[in-house]
Ligand binder design. Structure first.
Ligand code: TXA
Ligand code: MG
Length: 316
């Protein structure tokens, strides 16, 4: 595996070529780092599953360079989905749509729907454009972590967690810290009205300003991010504002530290909470705490997405 710390036009070209030749390329996005493979190469995609240790019937998100590629992968696209794509792409939003023949069972987990996203990160976008220039059609990329673990927000996290499982010609592109820090908002667009399957930085408030949202829970769609227990650090997570001496503690800055607990993170607002949460948890894991207490932020908007991840970590 090669770790590329300086992403230039040349190294991005090399990465696009590596994808085209069937190798894995971990790359930065604005949400979290992705573990990329050519979405039309079954063998390459199967390596994503073996490196992640992920069950093979879990679908993958296909990353494309722009809305213009949407119809290569999706069909029967409702008008509201076009509206959302125009408004929020490139950005931290994944649309689930009926698939075309390009999206094989090894991408969709055998479902008739495919997940699509145009990321808003310059290195990711250049990589996708370069890949398409040399004949590629899309890059399948789950978060670049072991199945069930927390997503990486730095290239070094990917190297630490998956580096030893990579082959010689696989690459990691370092694009610094992911700005959003939690995974994309996933929207089911296979019904007359859109439904949020996984909350994220693009909030229901932002979406419902554009289109009418269906707030009922979807049962038909299977998504691993929807499993009750997911996105978990190794350390036990407790959601509370009070903590015991010796506990690691994470809360918004305005909340004071319970006596004897060790403050790991004090984000000043919700954006910073989301963007730093997984890094804080990696610090907790590295320092052998028996538990970490997190005070869940209140309110709607981004707080909903943060609480979604926190509740999944804390459920056992
Ligand atoms: O922000 C993100 O979405 C990141 C970056 C790398 O783009 N990717 C990501 O991928 O979080 P992953 O695989 O870790 O989580 C994607 C979720 C999974 O829960 C998967 O089951 C669901 O999206 N998903 C993907 N395709 C789907 C489909 N066709 N139908 C239903 N769920 C799907
Ligand atoms: Mg993931």
């Amino acid at each position: 595996m090669e770790f590329i710390s300086k992403c230039t036009a040349d190294t991005i070209s090399k990465a696009a070529q590596a994808l085209k030749s069937g190798h894995l390329v971990a790359f930065p996005t604005e949400t979290v780092y992705g573990l990329g493979a050519d979405a039309t190469n079954e063998k390459a995609v199967s390596r994503i599953y073996s490196v992640k240790g992920r069950p093979s019937d879990h679908p993958l998100i296909v990353h494309i360079s722009s809305i213009n590629k949407l119809e290569d992968w999706a069909t029967e696209i409702p008008d509201y989905a076009i509206k959302l794509a125009r408004e929020f792409w490139p950005g931290p939003m994944t649309l689930i749509l009926p698939r075309t023949n390009l999206a094989k069972d090894y991408i969709t987990g055998g479902q008739n729907n495919v997940g699509l996203r145009v990321p808003a990160q310059p290195i990711a976008l250049s990589l996708l454009m370069k890949f398409e220039e040399i004949g590629g059609q899309g890059v399948a990329a789950p978060s670049a972590n072991k199945f069930g673990a927390i997503s990486p927000t730095k290239a070094q996290d990917v190297e630490q967690e998956l580096g030893s499982l990579f082959d010689e010609k696989d690459l990691i592109l370092d694009g610094g810290q992911s700005i959003v820090g939690i995974e994309s908002t996933i929207i089911d667009c296979t019904n007359p009205m859109p439904r949020i399957l996984r909350p994220g930085f693009i909030t229901s408030e932002m979406i419902s300003r554009q289109v009418d949202l269906d707030y009922s829970l979807s049962q038909k769609i299977r998504a691993s991010g929807l499993l009750a227990k997911h996105y978990s650090p190794k350390t036990r997570v407790i959601l509370d504002s009070s903590a015991n001496p010796g506990d690691a503690y994470i809360a918004l800055r305005e909340i004071s530290t319970p006596e004897g607990s060790i403050r790991i993170g004090s984000p000043i607002n919700l954006e910073q909470f989301a963007s730093q949460l997984y890094s804080f948890l990696r610090i907790v894991d590295e320092n052998g705490f028996s538990q970490v207490v997190i005070s869940p932020p209140e309110g709607g908007h981004l707080a909903d997405a943060i609480r979604d991840r926190l509740e999944k970590m804390a459920s056992s």
